[in-house]
Design a protein around this ligand. Structure first.
Ligand code: 5AD
Ligand code: SF4
Length: 420
């Protein structure tokens, strides 16, 4: 989501102010930091990086802070780092060229202006197009700051999404990547009087686009994974067979304290249905350890779900208390040593499962969409089920689909050879 926001700001700056991107911040006229506030660490990192940029930047260069931490800290950022020229919240990024000319501007209101939905067609990759389908989040997970920084959940009208996808495909993208905090809750609320459609219908309409070969999306919410959604996922050949299912915890009690809206059993039942209907599916997840009140038995439930679900990818985090969330005030805080031990257990189990899953892929054949050229004579892409695969090859493979047989296994990238 932040990458897409960055593409949009860059496009606005290019079009209206003649800016271009540079890799060398010391020569930049403008340094933009697009921030995350989901955990405490990136927020602390913001202030240390700001100090470095301020010391090393070119004379007269401006520094702007954008995104979720901008929304959440607002003018506090300028108080702590007075050399910052402007602060632009996650819901206000379309104002980038306005704040550029206003000294010490702070734009962090959550607004519902539909003009905020129309993102520029400029993209950092020619091959894949990120497309927002909704903004904000209506859930109230007790650990999460996102509803405060990105506001209420609003679905972007289907006709705008389809137009954007058509334009992306006509510019060469064969894959689109739909973005939203809860994509499978799409259609819950529009800002105007738009046709009520759900996510399944949106997927069906998008798949009709000629020249579009692959559709990915993130993040779906386990609570909204009804049969209709899973059946569309299974049967629509354009939908890539990789599903993100953020578990957060395997304990029904902790899930309740987190207000996630599902139980351990519901989650496992959805995994089972997915694995039955789509044998080649790859499932990724997010897990938070040491949420307040998480007992050893609760933690064992998370390990149990990992053992049963056999996730292809696990992103795991220690719980980080966030301001303006309910859990900030929960008692029974877990000490940091216990949190570290639990995080290590999750990561070790994940690596074990990953190595085993990868080993079973040797000699398999996958259709790879090539999108990234390495500088060592290799080129990489992803299989339908999101495995990163590289082969020896050069740029004429970019944007092409090829059948690739796996010849050796690495942890994050597999190596193959083109057979077709
Ligand atoms: N502490 C730790 N992890 C968090 N996440 C969200 N909020 C927190 C928090 N307060 C994680 C969740 C979410 C992912 C994007 O970040 O696992 O799915
Ligand atoms: Fe945060 Fe929960 Fe919304 Fe995801 S669904 S963004 S975890 S509040």
């Amino acid at each position: 989501m932040n990458e897409r926001d960055t593409e949009h700001m860059l496009a606005e700056l290019k079009e209206k102010e003649n800016y271009d991107a540079t890799d060398d911040f010391k020569s930049a006229d403008l340094i933009l930091i697009n921030t995350c506030s989901v955990r405490e660490k990136p927020v602390a990192k913001l202030f240390s990086e700001l100090g470095i940029f301020n010391k090393k930047k070119k004379d007269g260069a401006k520094i702007g802070v954008c995104g979720c931490t901008a929304s959440h800290l607002g003018k506090e950022i300028i108080k702590r780092a007075p050399y910052v020229s402007f602060v632009l919240g996650a819901r206000n990024i379309s104002k980038i060229t306005e704040v550029l000319h206003k000294p010490k501007a702070v734009e962090i209101d959550i607004n519902y202006d539909e003009s905020e939905f129309a993102f520029k067609d400029f993209r950092s990759s020619k091959y894949k197009a990120y497309i927002n389908i909704s903004i904000g989040c209506d859930k109230s997970c007790t650990f999460c700051i996102v509803p405060k920084t990105r506001g209420d959940e609003i679905s972007i009208p289907m006709n705008l999404i389809i137009d954007e996808a058509n334009r992306a495909v006509s510019l060469g993208a064969k894959e689109i990547f739909l973005l939203g905090q809860n994509v499978n809750n799409y259609g819950r609320r529009f800002s105007g009087n738009h046709e009520k459609v759900n996510f399944t219908r949106l997927l069906q309409e998008l798949s009709k686009i000629d020249g579009l070969k692959r559709i990915r999306f993130t993040s779906p919410h386990p609570f909204h994974m009804d049969d209709e959604f899973i059946e569309e996922f299974a049967s629509n050949p354009k939908i890539c067979k990789s599903m993100h299912m953020p578990l957060q915890s395997g304990s029904t009690k902790v899930l309740k304290d987190m207000k996630r809206g599902y139980t351990k059993e519901w989650f496992l039942n959805r995994v089972q249905k997915l694995r039955e209907m789509v044998p080649d599916v790859s499932i990724s997840t997010d897990i938070i350890v040491a949420f307040p009140g998480e007992s050893d038995a609760d933690f064992e439930d998370t390990i149990d779900v990992m053992n049963q679900a056999n996730f292809e990818q696990v992103f795991s985090f220690k719980y980080s208390p966030r301001p303006q969330t309910e859990a900030e005030f929960f008692s029974d805080v877990i000490d940091s040593d216990t949190a570290s031990v639990r995080l290590t257990s999750i990561q070790e189990l994940h690596i074990k499962q990953l190595d085993k899953n990868n080993a079973s892929k040797i000699d398999n054949t996958y259709t790879v969409y090539f999108e990234e050229l390495y500088n060592d004579g290799f080129i990489s892409g992803r299989s339908d089920n999101n495995t990163v695969i590289k082969v020896k090859g050069s740029e004429e493979l970019l944007g092409e689909f090829k059948d690739v047989k796996i010849i050796s296994i690495g942890r994050t990238v597999l190596t193959g050879e083109i057979i077709n």
